[in-house]
Design a protein around this ligand. Structure first.
Ligand code: APR
Ligand code: PHB
Length: 389
C-alpha cells in the first residue's frame, strides 16, 4: 500500500490532520491500534478555544457542535468559597465553546467515514521504519496478517504512550517533565450543571471543578492523592467532598445523582523537543502533555496539526521545505506558552502537600491580585480563550 502521509493514531490530532489533508487533496491513511468504539469511550475535557471552533467550522464538522455546544462568556474562580468571575467577553471580546472532546472525535470520525477516506482500526504492532531517509514505511499487523504502507511522511498523532515518540533514538530527543503529586477524580452525572459557567475552585481540602457536557449532563472533579483508586470512592463520598470544597450557596444548589462514569486522571506537564525527526513529526499528546486545568490538551493538538497540514501543503503545492523545517520551532513556541499557563492555573488552584502555609498565602495573594487587577484578569482571559501572537 502507498500513501503520501501515514497518520498514526485516530484521536483528535490524527482525525483533524486527516480532515485537513483530505481538504488539501493530500492522500493520507490513519492507522489506529484500538477500535473506533474504544476511542469514543474515552472521556476528556470539553472546552474549545475560538480558533478550534473556527477550524472545525472551516472543515465542515460543525453541525452538531453549533447545535449542541454551549458558548460561555467567562468562568468563575473560587478561593476558599470567595467567588471571582472572569468575563472573557467583557475583558477582551472573546468566548469559548463547551463541547465534549468525545463529541468532537465522533464528528470527525463520521465525516471521515462519509468521505470514504481510509482508516485502519485495530492495527497491532505498529512500527515506523526509515523516517530518517526519504522513503519511510509503517508496518502493522491486522487480522493476523502483516501489512506495510510506503509513504512520504509519518505524522505521530498517537498520544503520550504511542510508538512515534518511542521510535526516536534517545540521543535525538530531550524531554522536560513535571509529575504532580495528585490526580483528578472525575464524575459524570445526568443532572443539570450547578452553574451556567465552569467553576474552578481552590480549597484547603484540595481543588474542585464544576463543568458540564450539556444542560442536563454535568462533569465534576475533585483533586485526590496520586495513589487513590476510583473504586474506593462511593458516589456519596464524592458529592460530600465536592460540596465541602465549594462556596456554601453553590454547594446547596448542587444536584447529585448516580455517577455514570467515575475515573481518576493523573496530572502531568511534559514537553518533547524537537518535534521533527527527518520525515516523522510529533503532534498532540505524543509531543506534549498539559495538566487539565485550563482545558488546553485538545486545543494544542488542533494547533499542532493545523501547522503540520500547512507545512505539508506547502511541500506538495510549492515543493518548498520551509514549512516542514519551521514546524518544530513554531509548535514549541505555542507549546511552552500553553504549558506555562496550564502550570500556572494548576499551581494557583491545587493544594500542594509540601508548600505549607507560605505556599497557601502566595496562592491567596495571586487570587486577590486577580480580583483587584483588570490587567491580570485580561491576561487570564487571553490565555484561557487561546493566545495567538
Ligand atoms: N499505534 C497506533 N495508534 C496508537 C498507538 C500505536 N502504537 N498508540 C496509541 N495509539 C492511538 C490511541 O489509541 C489513540 O486513539 O493514538 C490515539 C491518540 O489519541 P489521544 O491520546 O487522544 O491524543 P491526541 O489525538 O494527541 O489528542 C490530544 O486528546 O488525549 C487527549 O488530553 C488529550 O486533549 C488532548 C487531546
Ligand atoms: C471537563 O469538562 O471535563 C473539563 C473542563 C475544563 C477543564 C478540564 C476538564 O479545565
Amino acid at each position: 500500500m502507498r500513501t503520501q502521509v501515514a497518520i498514526i493514531g485516530a484521536g483528535p490530532a490524527g482525525l483533524t490532520l486527516g480532515r485537513l489533508l483530505e481538504t488539501a487533496g493530500i492522500d493520507a491513511v490513519i492507522i489506529e491500534q484500538r477500535s473506533a468504539d474504544y476511542v469514543l469511550g474515552r472521556i476528556r475535557a470539553g472546552v474549545l478555544e475560538q480558533s478550534s471552533v473556527d477550524l472545525l467550522r472551516r472543515m465542515g464538522v460543525n453541525q452538531r457542535m453549533d447545535a449542541e455546544g454551549i458558548v460561555h462568556d467567562g468562568v468563575e474562580l473560587s478561593f476558599d468559597g470567595d467567588m471571582l468571575r472572569i468575563d472573557f467577553n467583557e475583558l477582551i471580546g472573546r468566548r469559548v465553546m463547551v463541547y465534549g472532546q468525545t463529541e468532537v472525535t465522533r464528528d470527525l470520525m463520521d465525516a471521515r467515514i462519509a468521505s470514504g477516506a481510509k482508516s485502519i482500526y485495530e492495527a497491532s504492532d505498529v512500527q515506523i521504519h526509515d523516517f530518517a531517509g526519504e522513503t519511510p514505511r509503517v508496518s502493522f499487523t491486522k487480522d493476523g496478517q502483516t501489512h506495510q504502507i510506503n509513504c512520504d511522511f509519518v505524522a505521530g498523532c498517537d498520544g503520550f504512550h504511542g510508538v512515534s515518540r518511542a521510535s526516536v533514538p534517545d540521543q535525538a530527543i530531550s524531554v522536560f517533565e513535571r509529575v504532580y503529586p495528585f490526580g483528578w477524580l472525575g464524575v459524570l452525572v445526568d443532572q443539570p450543571p450547578v452553574a451556567e459557567e465552569l467553576i474552578y475552585a481552590h480549597h484547603e481540602r484540595g481543588f474542585a471543578l464544576c463543568s458540564m457536557r450539556s444542560h442536563s449532563r454535568s462533569r465534576y472533579y475533585v483533586q485526590v492523592g496520586a495513589t487513590e483508586k476510583a473504586q474506593d470512592w462511593s458516589d456519596e463520598m464524592f458529592w460530600d467532598e465536592l460540596r465541602a470544597r465549594l462556596n456554601p450557596d453553590i454547594a446547596e444548589r448542587l444536584k447529585t445523582g448516580p455517577s455514570i462514569e467515575k475515573s481518576i486522571a493523573p496530572l502531568r506537564s511534559f514537553v518533547a523537543e524537537p518535534l521533527r525527526f527527518g520525515r516523522l513529526f510529533l503532534t498532540g499528546d505524543a509531543a506534549h502533555i498539559v495538566p487539565p486545568t485550563g482545558a488546553k490538551g485538545l486545543n494544542m493538538a488542533i494547533h499542532d496539526v493545523t501547522e503540520l497540514a500547512t507545512a505539508l501543503n506547502e511541500f506538495y503545492g510549492e515543493r518548498s521545505k520551509a514549512g516542514i523545517d519551521a514546524y518544530s520551532g513554531k509548535v514549541l513556541e505555542n507549546t511552552w506558552r500553553t504549558e506555562r499557563f496550564s502550570w500556572w492555573m494548576t499551581q494557583l488552584l491545587h493544594t500542594f502537600p509540601d508548600s505549607g502555609d507560605f505556599g497557601r498565602r502566595i496562592q491567596r495573594a495571586d487570587f486577590d491580585y486577580l480580583g483587584a487587577s483588570r490587567i491580570a484578569q485580561q491576561s487570564l482571559a487571553e490565555n484561557y480563550t487561546g493566545f495567538r501572537p
